[in-house]
Design a protein around this ligand. Structure first.
Ligand SMILES: Nc1ncnc2c1ncn2[C@@H]1O[C@H](COP(=O)(O)OP(=O)(O)OP(=O)(O)O)[C@@H](O)[C@H]1O
Ligand SMILES: [Mg+2]
Length: 510
C-alpha cells in the first residue's frame, strides 16, 4: 500500500464527555498519509465519538487536533469538509427524496451550489468510475439499496474533495460481495493518496485491509499496532483486556415433533420500490420452538419480505398467517399487537424513536397496557423498574436519564430494540441482522437471548447476511435469491458450498 511515515492527522489527549461520562478519555492517535488505519473497540468504546470529533461534528472538551502540522479547531462539519476530512456515518445522512446528485451539493455554500445538476451528475459519474463506486447519479436515494446509499455517501465526500475518509462501520450494512467492492474502492483511495480511518468489529476485515490498527478501550487508546505485526488473538486481548473470549453456547438439538406452526406464509408476492417483483411466490413455515434462518445476499428481496410480514409494505399476492389467524390485511400496529415482534435492520429509522429516552423506547409499544398503565394513568415506578431490569438483562450501556436514544452507541441501540421486542408478549420474532455492529460479547449475548426465546416455545424468523450467524442459530435454513426461496437445509443436510453457490449464483436484481 501507498502508506508513508508522514503523519497527516494527529490527535493529542482528546477528551469528550457526555453527561459527565468520558466517551473519549485523553485519547491520542495519528493517521499517516496514504494509510488505512483500523479502529477497533467494543460497543461504546468511543470509536464513533473520536470520528465525529475529527469530522467536526463534536467539539472536544480538551486536547488537540493537528492537521498537516497545524493545530485546528472545527466549528462545523463543513469546516472539516473544507479542510478535506469527510465521514460516512453509521447511520446515513442522505435525504431520500433527493437524487444522488442533489445530495452531493446539499449543505454546500451558495456559490458552489450554482453549478448545474448536469455538471454534478457528470462529475459523480467520473468519480464513480475512478473509484469503482458504481451508482446512478440521477436516481433518487429512496430507490437505492443500503449498499448503494453507502456508495453515495462515500462519493459525496470525495466530491467535496475529502483527502481523509472516515468510514464508521461501513461493512456492517453490506453483504460479503459488497464488502469486497468497498475494500477495492478503499484501495483506489489510498492509491490516490487519500488516507482512510476504518471502524470495524470484524477482526478479519481489519487484518486484511489496514496498515495499522488502534484499539480503543473505555475511550482510551489501548495500543496502536502495525497490522502485519499483530493477529486476531493479540487484538482481542487488547480489546477486552483478557484473552478469555465468551464461548458461544452449543446449539441444542431441538425437536419439533409436537410443534405447531406459528408463522405460515404462502405464495407471497411483493413489488419492490422500482416496480419490479421483489419477492416471487415465497412460502415458508416457522414452528413453535424453531429458528428459521433466511440466508441471502442483500438486495435479493429480504427487505421487502420483512416489510411485507410486518405490514409496512403492500403485498400483491399470497397470505400471511400468525398462529392460524390470517393477518394479511392487518395494519402493522395490529400485527405487532397480535404477537409479532420485530427487530429491524434499520435501528434508528424504524426501530426506535430517536428523540425519546431509552426508558421511553423500551416501553414504547406497551405503555398503554397494564402493568404500565391503569385506566389511562401511567405508572412511572413500574415503567422505571421494568426498564431497569431490561437494561440489566441486556447489558445496555450508555443511557442517561433524560438523554435521547439517538445519542447512544450503535451497538447499544441494537440491544435496546432486542430488549423491547423480546420482553413484549409475542409468538414470533422477526429479526433482521440482530447482531450487526455488535462486539463479540454482545453478539454472544444477543444470540443467547434469541435461543432462549425459542426454548420458551417462541418462533424466530431470522434474516441475516452473516452466514455464520444463520448456521449457528438456525434449525432450518432457507436460501433467498432473486426474490425466490431457492434452497432449504437442516443442520444435518447442510452443504455450505452449495448454499454459497445458491446465494451468489443467482443473478442479483438491481
Ligand atoms: N451525543 C452523545 N450524547 C451522550 N452520550 C454519547 C453521545 N455520543 C456518544 N455517547 C456515549 O459515549 C460512549 C461512546 O460512544 P460511541 O458511539 O463513541 O461508541 P462506539 O465505540 O462507536 O460504539 P459502537 O461500536 O456501539 O458504535 C457511549 O457510552 C455513548 O452512549
Ligand atoms: Mg459507533
Amino acid at each position: 500500500m501507498a502508506a508513508t511515515e508522514k503523519e497527516i492527522l494527529q490527535v493529542r489527549e482528546l477528551t469528550k464527555s457526555f453527561y459527565g461520562v468520558a466517551a473519549n478519555d485523553k485519547v491520542s492517535f495519528s493517521l499517516r498519509n496514504g494509510e488505512v488505519h483500523g479502529l477497533l473497540g467494543e460497543n461504546g468504546a468511543g470509536k464513533s465519538t473520536l470520528c465525529s470529533i475529527l469530522a467536526g461534528l463534536y467539539r472536544p472538551d480538551s486536547g488537540d487536533v493537528i492537521l498537516n502540522s497545524e493545530r485546528i479547531r472545527f466549528r462545523s462539519p463543513l469546516d472539516a469538509s473544507n479542510m478535506g476530512i469527510g465521514m460516512v456515518h453509521q447511520h446515513f445522512k442522505l435525504i431520500s427524496s433527493f437524487t444522488v446528485a442533489e445530495n452531493m451539493v446539499l449543505g454546500l455554500n451558495a456559490k458552489s451550489r450554482n453549478i448545474s445538476l448536469g455538471t454534478v451528475e457528470d462529475e459523480v459519474r467520473e468519480l464513480a468510475r475512478q473509484y469503482g463506486l458504481d451508482v446512478e447519479p440521477s436516481a433518487h436515494v429512496w430507490q437505492l439499496s443500503v449498499g448503494e446509499q453507502q456508495r453515495v455517501e462515500i462519493l459525496r465526500q470525495l466530491f467535496r474533495g475529502a483527502r481523509i475518509l472516515i468510514l464508521d462501520e461501513p461493512t456492517a450494512v453490506l453483504a460479503p460481495q459488497e464488502c469486497d467492492r468497498l475494500f477495492e474502492a478503499v484501495r483506489h483511495m489510498v492509491e490516490r493518496d487519500h488516507s482512510v480511518i476504518l471502524v470495524s468489529h470484524k477482526m478479519d476485515e481489519i487484518l486484511s485491509n489496514t496498515d495499522r490498527v488502534t484499539v480503543l478501550v473505555g475511550g482510551r487508546n489501548a495500543g496502536t499496532l502495525r497490522t502485519n505485526e499483530t493477529d486476531a488473538a493479540e487484538l482481542a486481548k487488547l480489546m477486552i483486556g483478557s484473552d478469555h473470549l465468551p464461548k458461544l453456547a452449543n446449539k441444542s438439538l431441538r425437536r419439533f415433533v409436537e410443534s405447531t406452526p406459528v408463522l405460515t406464509i404462502r405464495d407471497l408476492e411483493v413489488i419492490g420500490d422500482r416496480g419490479t417483483e421483489a419477492v416471487s411466490g415465497a412460502s415458508l413455515e416457522v414452528l413453535s420452538g424453531q429458528i428459521v434462518g433466511v440466508a441471502g445476499v442483500a438486495g435479493n428481496g429480504q427487505r421487502e419480505f420483512q416489510q411485507a410480514i410486518v405490514g409496512r409494505r403492500q403485498i400483491s399476492g399470497g397470505s400471511i398467517m400468525l398462529r392460524g389467524r390470517d393477518i394479511t390485511q392487518l395494519s402493522s400496529r395490529a400485527r405487532s399487537r397480535s404477537g409479532l415482534a420485530y427487530v429491524p435492520e434499520d435501528r434508528l429509522g424504524t426501530g426506535l424513536a430517536s428523540g425519546l429516552t431509552l426508558e421511553e423506547n423500551l416501553i414504547l409499544k406497551s405503555y398503554n397496557e397494564p402493568p404500565y398503565s391503569h385506566r389511562g394513568v401511567l405508572s412511572t415506578a413500574v415503567i422505571t423498574a421494568a426498564a431497569e431490569k431490561l437494561v440489566k438483562d441486556f447489558d445496555i450501556r450508555g443511557a442517561r436519564s433524560g438523554m435521547p436514544v439517538s445519542l447512544m452507541s450503535g451497538g447499544n441501540l441494537q440491544k435496546a430494540i432486542l430488549a423491547r421486542e423480546l420482553s413484549r408478549p409475542h409468538d414470533l420474532l422477526l429479526a433482521a441482522s440482530p447482531t450487526r455492529g455488535l462486539d463479540l460479547a454482545a453478539t454472544a449475548s444477543v444470540r443467547q437471548h434469541i435461543r432462549a426465546d425459542t426454548e420458551k416455545g417462541g418462533a424466530v424468523l431470522l434474516f441475516s447476511e452473516d452466514l455464520g450467524e444463520i448456521v449457528e442459530l438456525s434449525d432450518l435454513i432457507l436460501v433467498l435469491a432473486g426474490g425466490r426461496i431457492v434452497g432449504s437445509y437442516t443442520p444435518a443436510t447442510l452443504d455450505i458450498s452449495e448454499l454459497g453457490l445458491l446465494m451468489t449464483g443467482a443473478k442479483v436484481h438491481n
